[in-house]
Design a protein around this ligand. Structure first.
Ligand SMILES: Cc1cc2nc3c(=O)[nH]c(=O)nc-3n(C[C@H](O)[C@H](O)[C@H](O)COP(=O)(O)OP(=O)(O)OC[C@H]3O[C@@H](n4cnc5c(N)ncnc54)[C@H](O)[C@@H]3O)c2cc1C
Length: 231
């Protein structure tokens, strides 16, 4: 697929828009990932969550952090008109959009990518599913899609967005929460455990600590937590 545009989200993270070739059509579910490779090294393939959603036809968006071999090559070198190999969408990290559900989405760093897709779909379809995105970043400058999430909050009364910063110095100004994800912060954001479904996405370490919080400390049954981890 041709890279149609590259958007810098924060210093180390870019969104690539990949245009489907003419005649290409595929079933896409919000929350899935695609597998990318460079045509000169087809044996080296890596998965990237779609930051676009299932309603988007004719293109995919992926949001990639400059991390590791593939992440660095993608962020430093991918540019408009490059051609990338793309395997079709796959994966089961799918939102359950039901009226009586509350989706609590826990994102660490670039793990926010699929949640943009979740929120884009729910907002476009004007769904009444409640969604809360709790996003853990090092500093405010690392918040990917900040303006877009604030805009979705305006457009979608069922969506709430909160970020917590883990690496601020005492004197740094930030009106929001500081520190890592913890049980008390999670508890502030849902009322009824029975109808809440948790989603956690990001690098291994983040997702493993989110899993521990949700399953062990909150006592949520396993089938109410879905995870997507990388690293
Ligand atoms: C289902 C799935 C979805 C993914 N979606 C995304 C996505 O939307 N955006 C994205 O940037 N990456 C995503 N990744 C990670 C991506 O596939 C690559 O692993 C990443 O770009 C690093 O490239 P590499 O494997 O060649 O790195 P290598 O040179 O093999 O090094 C991997 C190193 O990078 C660390 N690492 C990998 N990715 C990250 C990250 N994003 N943040 C922090 N540490 C990381 C690992 O712990 C390890 O130390 C996803 C992975 C999976 C399995």
């Amino acid at each position: 697929m041709r890279v149609e545009s590259v958007t810098s989200e924060v210093t180390d993270t870019n969104t690539l828009l990949l245009r489907w070739p003419e005649g290409y059509s595929v079933e896409v579910k919000t929350g899935q990932f695609v597998t990318l490779f460079w045509p000169d090294t087809p044996q080296y393939k890596r998965a990237y969550s779609l930051s676009s959603c299932g309603l988007d036809r004719d293109f995919f968006e992926v949001t990639i952090k400059r991390e590791g071999k593939m992440g660095t090559r993608m962020v430093d070198w991918a540019k408009g008109d490059d051609i990338l190999g793309v395997l079709p969408p796959a994966g089961r990290f799918l939102p359950v959009f039901e009226s009586n559900r509350h989706l609590v989405c826990l994102a660490g760093g670039s793990g926010v990518a699929p949640f943009r897709g979740f929120i884009r779909e729910a907002t476009r379809r004007q769904l009444d599913t409640r969604m809360t995105l709790l996003y853990s970043v090092r500093t405010p400058n690392d918040i990917i899609f900040r303006d877009q999430f604030l805009q979705f909050e305006q457009q979608n009364p069922n969506f709430k967005f909160k970020a917590t910063c883990t690496r601020l110095a005492d004197g740094d100004s930030w009106p929001g929460r500081r520190g890592r994800l913890c049980v008390e912060w999670l508890q502030e954001h849902f009322n009824d455990l029975a109808t809440t479904v948790f989603y956690a996405c990001g690098p291994n370490g983040f997702v493993e600590s989110a899993e521990k919080l949700v399953l062990e400390e909150l006592g949520v049954p396993k089938d109410q937590l879905k995870t997507e981890k990388w690293g």
